[in-house]
Design a protein around this ligand. Structure first.
Ligand SMILES: Cc1cc2nc3c(=O)[nH]c(=O)nc-3n(C[C@H](O)[C@H](O)[C@H](O)COP(=O)(O)OP(=O)(O)OC[C@H]3O[C@@H](n4cnc5c(N)ncnc54)[C@H](O)[C@@H]3O)c2cc1C
Length: 296
C-alpha cells in the first residue's frame, strides 16, 4: 500500500467541500471493509482519504413525512438493531443479518455497500423492492434519484467525482409494506450471495396482489428488478401457482454468469425457487397485517 494523506472530519459540509476540491484523487473512507482491501491490492493510491465515519448527520435513522431516512454511515449492525427499521421494513434488517460476520457488520455501512455496487450486495435487493431513493451531495448541492438509477454495472454507480452518498430514503407510502429477503450462498454464514432475492407486495380489498416488486442480486451486472414477473403478478390472486410462474419468469429475465461459485443455470434455478418462496412469505406477512387490522 502506498502512502496517502488522511483527514477525518465531523462536518458533512467540510467532507463535501474536500471531495469537491480533490475530485478523483480523493477516496471516502466509511467502515473501510471494502476500501482497505482495495487499497492493498491496487497499484495506484489516492492522494487523500476522507474519513466520514464521525459525521453524525450520516448516522441518522429517522421517520419523516417523506419516508424513513437511513444515513450512509449507518452500519449493518445498527440496521439490525434499529427499532424503526424492524418495525417499518424488517426485511432490510433480515438482509443486514446475512452480511459477513459480526466484525464486518459492525464496521460495514449501508452507504459503502451501495457505492461498492457489487452485484451480490445484500442491501440492494430489499431497498429496490421498497422503491428506495438515494440522496447524493456535492459542492453544487444535492440530487435525489431512485436507487434503481444509481447502479450502472459491476462496481459502477452514477456517483460523479466529488459526490458523496448522503442517505437512503424508503418512501413513506412503502413503510410497513410486506416484504421478504432470501439469500443463498455456498455456506450458511459469511458467504457472498450466489443469488439474493427480495419481494414486496400489497393485497387489495379483494385479496389480489397490488404493486408487486421483485428484486434480484448476483444474477445481472447490478441488482435488478424482475419487471416482467412483477407485471405478470399484478392483480392476480396470491396462489402458489402464480408465485411459481412469477419465479420462472424472473429466472428467464435475469442474466447470471458462470463463475467459480456456480453456473448460470444453477443460479437461474435458484432465482425461480427463491422468488416463489419470497413472494409466499411476503403474502403471509400481508395476510397477517390484514388480520391484525381487523380485515374480514
Ligand atoms: C470478510 C467480508 C465479508 C463480507 N461479506 C459481505 C456480505 O455477505 N454481503 C455484502 O453485501 N457485503 C459483504 N462484504 C462487503 C462489505 O463489507 C460491504 O459492502 C460494506 O457494507 C462496505 O461498507 P464500508 O462502510 O466498509 O465501505 P468502505 O470500505 O469504507 O467503502 C467502500 C467504497 O465505497 C466508497 N464510499 C463509502 N461510503 C461512501 C459514501 N457515503 N459516499 C461515497 N462513497 C462512499 C468508498 O470510497 C469505497 O470506494 C464483506 C466484506 C468483507 C471484508
Amino acid at each position: 500500500m502506498r502512502a496517502f494523506d488522511y483527514l477525518a472530519t465531523v462536518d458533512l459540509r467540510q467532507a463535501v467541500r474536500l471531495l469537491d476540491e480533490h475530485g478523483t484523487s480523493a477516496r471516502i473512507l466509511a467502515g473501510g471493509t471494502d476500501l482497505l482491501a482495495d487499497l492493498k491490492s491496487s497499484s495506484s493510491s489516492p492522494g487523500l482519504i476522507i474519513d466520514i465515519s464521525r459525521i453524525k448527520e450520516l448516522k441518522v435513522i429517522e421517520s419523516t413525512a417523506h419516508g424513513l431516512r437511513i444515513g450512509a454511515m449507518v452500519t449493518h449492525s445498527e440496521i439490525m438493531q434499529s427499532a424503526l427499521i424492524r418495525e417499518h421494513c424488517p426485511a432490510l434488517a433480515d438482509a443486514a443479518r446475512t452480511i459477513g460476520a459480526v466484525q464486518t457488520r459492525n464496521l460495514g455501512t449501508l452507504g459503502g455497500n451501495l457505492v461498492t455496487a457489487v452485484p451480490s450486495m445484500d442491501s440492494g435487493a430489499t431497498l429496490l423492492a421498497l422503491d428506495a431513493r438515494v440522496v447524493l451531495a456535492c459542492g453544487g448541492g444535492t440530487r435525489e434519484m431512485p436507487l434503481t438509477d444509481f447502479f450502472m454495472g459491476p462496481r459502477k454507480t452514477v456517483l460523479r467525482p466529488g459526490e458523496l452518498l448522503v442517505e437512503v430514503v424508503i418512501p413513506a407510502c412503502n413503510l410497513g409494506k410486506p416484504a421478504h429477503f432470501l439469500k443463498t450462498g455456498l455456506r450458511k454464514g459469511q458467504a457472498l450471495a450466489l443469488v439474493n432475492v427480495a419481494a414486496s407486495l400489497w393485497l387489495d380489498a379483494a385479496g389480489n396482489i397490488e404493486e408487486p416488486r421483485i428484486a434480484l442480486g448476483a444474477v445481472a451486472p447490478s441488482v435488478i428488478r424482475a419487471m416482467a414477473a412483477e407485471r405478470y403478478l399484478a392483480g392476480r390472486s396470491p396462489q402458489s401457482g402464480s408465485m411459481a410462474e412469477a419465479g420462472k419468469i424472473a429466472a428467464e429475465e435475469c442474466r447470471p454468469i458462470n463463475d467459480f461459485r456456480a453456473t448460470a443455470a444453477y443460479r437461474r434455478d435458484l432465482v425461480a425457487v427463491l422468488v416463489k418462496r419470497a413472494l409466499a412469505q411476503a403474502c403471509e406477512r400481508a395476510l397477517k397485517r390484514q388480520h391484525e387490522r381487523g380485515a374480514p
